[in-house]
Design a protein around this ligand. Structure first.
Ligand code: NAD
Length: 461
């Protein structure tokens, strides 16, 4: 049963869980389908993805309303996600036309030496609920265009949306055995898929806890794996920057999608010379955010996805107060009037935070931002790099020297200068350092690394 997190009395659909026997059938037939799919010209495989991009856009409103009702993500952001997914499909659609591999010089007369890239086999795609369309698409599109088959296990929290996306891909011409879907809980269906002997690789986005388990299982079975995990992304605000722009970017980075993004801004380090002015601007912007029905065009903040997520974020807010952080704004329960029937959380900013506090160390995955005063850039960088995570990091400054120093020394897979913490365009690699990722990067040309293997060929004539 799927209920609307903005109105928990509204049933939006029912999902049939797959059985373990169905997981077995999906994996076995994905292995069988691989034989023909890998031999299909990559140009034709890419053509199907481009048709899927058109179909996804043609169905934009239907998909957006469904995903918004299922996850609580505000509709403007859902449309943005669909646009991004269509761009990813088009990007990888074109990949079918490109050469992958390289021609190498040989030291021997008459010898031709080259390397080619070949698909790796049936791939288990395990995806989260927070980007229920774009994340699975950025895994499946490269997997498919490079000749692999896919069995997709979407999150239990976004299965209706996933079913709609899969239907669009099938309608575009993907054979049903080339892309298959299994549904159900991670610990039964997800685990069975990861463990299945016919799956040669696993690409996973989700929590560190589950990612670690998948890594152990996959490694013990000599399967290739790729993990995109959590983040606690820092932003540094230096005294010379445009404070209003930086404050707006930090609020966008922290609060968009109710903070449920792995690249969300978790903590802002602000030089003391501008701390008070920056805090005032930040607070004013935060207080202006409109919390409400995610289907409304004017809403900024919708509910979080589920009761579990709601309770988790509220407990972090409580923990922050207990550990001595001070509220700048928010932090109060939203239980009255419109909000009483949904999982709404007030956008919350804490200050007076210290390195050892739980809200500083851990990923909250909710609309909660920490603010910390620092003496200078050096102190900010050291604190930012002390996180166990390393996904995205931003600096706001007009000082070129400091910007380049930050680019070089920030321990993050994606670095922004004068921009909010976030992901990257589809043609650019996405991923993190330290506890945020494991295995090769996603998106762009980087995806070739995971979804293909190298075959070195030498021909003597
Ligand atoms: P989650 O780890 O609970 O679930 C992710 C997926 O794994 C779901 O489909 C779930 O059913 C499945 N799963 C759970 N247990 C499993 C098991 N034992 N074996 C196989 N599959 C299993 O994560 P979530 O709550 O859906 O998503 C939130 C987390 O995802 C956050 O930590 C967030 O930072 C992370 N995330 C990371 C990125 C990134 O690119 N780095 C992007 C989005 C979300």
């Amino acid at each position: 049963m799927r209920y609307n997190p903005a109105n928990i009395d509204e049933l939006i659909g029912k999902v049939e869980e797959s059985s373990l026997a169905e997981v077995d059938i999906a994996a076995t037939s994905a292995k069988q389908a691989f034989i023909n799919w890998k031999n299909k010209p990559s140009i034709e495989r890419g053509d199907i993805l481009r048709v899927a991009a058109d179909l996804l856009e043609a169905n934009m409103e239907e998909v957006a309303i469904l995903a918004t009702k299922e996850t609580g993500k505000v509709i403007r952001e859902t449309r943005g996600e669909i646009g991004r997914a269509a761009a990813i499909l088009r990007y990888y659609g074109q990949e079918g036309w490109r050469q992958i591999g390289e021609h190498l010089p040989s030291a021997f007369i008459g010898k031709t030496l080259y390397s080619s890239r070949v698909p790796i086999g049936p791939i288990a795609v395990i995806s989260p609920w927070n980007f229920p369309i774009a994340i699975p698409i950025w895994k499946m599109a490269p997997a498919l265009v490079f000749g692999n088959t896919v069995v997709w296990k979407p999150s239990e929290e976004s299965t209706l949306t996933a079913i709609k996306v899969a239907e669009i891909l099938w309608q575009a011409g993907l054979p049903k055995d080339v892309l298959q879907m299994v549904n159900g809980s991670g610990t039964t269906i997800g685990e069975a898929l990861v463990c299945h002997k016919d799956m040669t690789a696993v690409t996973f986005t989700g929590s560190n806890q589950v990612g670690n388990q998948i890594a152990i299982t996959a490694a013990s079975q000599q399967k290739k794996y790729q993990l995109e995990l959590g983040g606690k992304n820092p932003a540094i605000v230096l005294a010379d920057c445009d404070l209003s722009f930086a404050a707006q970017s930090c609020i966008d980075g922290a609060m968009k999608q109710s903070g449920q993004r792995c690249t969300a801004t978790g903590i802002v380090y602000v030089e003391e010379a501008v701390y008070d002015s920056f805090k005032t601007i930040l607070k004013n912007i935060c207080n202006e955010l409109k919390i409400g029905n995610p289907l409304s065009e004017v809403t900024d903040i919708g509910p979080v996805v589920s009761k579990r997520q709601y309770e988790k974020v509220q407990s972090y807010i409580q923990k922050g107060l207990e550990e001595g952080a001070k509220l700048v704004c928010g932090g109060q329960p939203l239980a009255d009037g419109y909000w009483h029937n949904g999982y709404y959380i007030q956008p919350t900013i804490f200050e007076n935070v210290k390195e050892d506090m739980t809200i500083v160390k851990e990923e909250i995955f909710g609309p909660v931002l920490c603010l910390r005063k620092v003496a200078n850039y050096k102190e900010a960088l050291e604190a930012a790099n002390s996180s166990k995570y390393g996904l995205s990091a931003s600096i706001f400054t007009n000082n070129l020297h400091q910007a380049f120093h930050f680019i070089q020394h920030a321990e993050a897979g994606m670095v922004q200068v004068n921009g909010e913490t976030g992901g990257a365009e589809p043609q650019a690699p996405f991923g993190g350092m330290k506890a945020s990722s494991s295995g090769s990067r996603e998106q762009g040309q980087a995806a070739v690394e995971f979804f293909t293997e190298i075959k070195t060929v030498s021909i003597q004539t």
